[in-house]
Design a protein around this ligand. Structure first.
Ligand code: SF4
Ligand code: SF3
Length: 547
């Protein structure tokens, strides 16, 4: 018998699913506890959705929903004790949501209550919780494999969106519509009357709602830190003590910058924190000195060489090596058993660990560019439009998405290298580390490689595409623009749903197709959106360039 089953990310073992231990390092007990959390959240959603229909909402329930979903995203929480706590709170929230509904309804619900929303009790012991979770795995969602597939796409879309909603919430921005949609989506999975096309529709709605969610986060970032501007970032090091920040959460970085000011500790960004350097409200801190390392999957080797403290504020954490485990910290939803978790906003332990560590010797190196969000790119709109009209820019390529460990991901490096010199690349998310150190030059002062930002800044890339379509008086699909995506985890799933919800066609997806998409569902996507897997660099490029 399988010890676990998880197929939510691109690393799924054998391209079908992890059954013994996650390729990511997720243990069977954590997998089962996360399945139990999802089962419980469907119950919360059932009641919260019904209460919302009656005009009753509750902030604790809404916030728990996004935090708990975020907990189950790939490479976030590997700690069984923390997952068990999230499961406990989920059951409390289910009861709270039920009471909220009953109050708004003026009495109990008269219809059938699905099992997930019933008053099942959480066993006291962790082993019993794990046993219960094993009964509610992702294969058990629906007996029809295609409906099961689309329900999983919807769930992963909600998980990805929940991560973005959590960042926005931390910055004080909440949108009841986003919470309401997540409740509706998870509650729908308990509704036996719904069929395949209902869930396809919900997936499209998920994508649309996520555009609003990424927009909310974009607004939160810009209001707090001002719009990013193109900024060169050193990939070398300054002599002195050091802290490395990995993840996506800008507020956490800001608090750390405040607390390290004047302490002789320099702060470096890792992976998806790179775009932080583009925000005036963050780059004003002189001790935010550079970007260290490459993409997340190389952390084991690279962190051993980082002579300071390291903190993760979101995915993607991997099993820590002994060389750096004692100077590694987690924050927010991220947890790893045995790694010190900072609960709240006091980073003095992290700073103390940095001061105890050796620190860097001066290591000068080149700069890379970030901060090319829609404000910056659209600031160059006249120049860009003129370059397209004169033929100096022949085509734009969005090469975006996640990085990962599989060898097939060299495709993205080669693609960027081989693109003709009259093309411009817009990139976002951590996949850029495959090519962001290449010197690709510029076209009449427009850099050929524009780093739009984090994966959530797909919002910004969409704004650029819509503005170009407006300027050329055409649809996005008619622009000289091709999209080549790399995916790894559930945030990439929701970004893809967002692009599909905008009816963007002809995208290429790699390095492999998701294990949770059945052949019928894939056919549907191909027929309606002409989405296809990446092939050979030369063939794909030839097709996109129309040569
Ligand atoms: Fe496997 Fe990915 Fe699930 Fe981890 S998150 S267990 S690697 S499918
Ligand atoms: Fe990367 Fe984990 Fe997805 Fe925000 S940091 S994109 S994989």
């Amino acid at each position: 018998m399988e010890e676990m089953f998880c197929f939510q990310c691109e690393q799924a073992a054998g391209g079908t699913g992890c059954t013994k231990i996650g390729v990511c390092g997720k243990q069977p007990d954590v997998a089962a506890l996360q399945d139990l959390i999802v089962f419980g959240l469907k119950g919360v959603a059932f009641w919260a959705h019904k209460a919302r229909e009656k005009g009753a909402i509750d902030r604790d329930i809404d916030v728990h929903m996004i935090e708990a979903l975020f907990t189950t995203v790939t490479n976030v929480d590997f700690d069984p004790a923390s997952c068990a706590k999230v499961a406990q709170k989920t059951v409390q929230m289910r009861d709270k949501a039920r009471a909220l509904f009953e109050k708004a309804n003026g009495g109990p619900f008269k219809g059938d209550v699905p099992a997930a929303a019933g008053d099942w009790k959480l066993p006291a012991g962790q082993a019993e919780m794990v046993a219960l979770g094993r009964k509610h795995g992702v294969k058990a969602f629906h007996s029809d494999p295609d409906v099961n597939s689309v329900q999983n796409i919807l769930l992963y879309g909600c998980k990805g969106m929940a991560a973005y909603a959590d960042h926005a919430h931390i910055l004080g921005k909440d949108d009841p519509k986003i919470y309401g949609f997540i409740h509706k989506a998870l509650a729908s999975m308990l509704d036996a009357k719904l069929g395949l096309m209902d869930f396809v529709g919900l997936c499209m709605e998920c994508g649309k709602t996520n555009i609003d969610c990424m927009g909310l986060l974009n607004k939160a970032h810009i209001e707090k830190y001002q719009a990013p501007t193109p900024t060169p970032v050193s990939i070398g090091a300054k002599a002195g003590k050091a802290i490395l920040v990995s993840g996506h959460d800008l507020k956490m970085l800001e608090e750390l910058l405040k607390q390290t000011e004047g302490k002789g500790v320099n702060v470096y960004t890792h992976v998806e924190m790179l775009p932080a350097h583009g925000y005036p409200g963050l780059k004003k801190y002189k001790h935010l000195v550079g970007n260290f390392g490459s993409a997340w999957q190389n952390q084991h080797k690279e962190f051993a060489d980082f002579p300071g403290a390291i903190i993760f504020n979101t995915n993607c954490i991997q099993r820590p090596g002994d060389q750096y485990k004692d100077r590694l910290f987690t924050w927010g939803r991220v947890q790893w058993p045995g790694v010190k978790h900072i609960d709240g906003w006091d980073f003095s332990e992290v700073i103390a660990a940095a001061q105890k560590a050796e620190g860097f010797k001066e290591m000068p190196a080149k700069n890379i560019l970030t901060g090319c969000g829609h404000d910056a790119v659209l600031g160059l709109a006249d120049k860009v439009i003129a370059a397209v009209k004169s033929g100096a820019i022949k085509r734009f390529f969005v090469i975006g998405g996640c990085d990962g460990a599989k060898p097939g991901r060299n495709y993205y490096t080669q693609f960027a290298e081989k693109l003709p010199k009259d093309t411009v690349i817009l990139t976002l998310a951590c996949g850029k580390y495959r090519f962001n150190k290449l010197d690709l030059g510029d076209i009449g002062g427009i850099p050929r490689l524009l780093d739009v930002g984090q994966c959530n800044d797909a919002y910004s890339a969409v704004q650029i595409a819509l503005a170009l379509a407006g300027a050329f008086n055409c649809g996005v699909n008619d622009l000289p623009l091709s999209i080549v995506l790399s995916w790894y985890e559930q945030k990439a799933v929701v970004v893809l749903l967002s692009l599909l919800s905008l009816d963007i066609k002809n995208m290429k997806l790699g390095p492999t197709l998701p294990a949770f998409v059945t052949p019928n569902v894939l056919n549907f996507l191909v027929e309606n959106f002409n989405i296809g897997p990446i092939g050979s660099v030369e063939e794909d490029m030839k097709q996109m360039l129309g040569a």
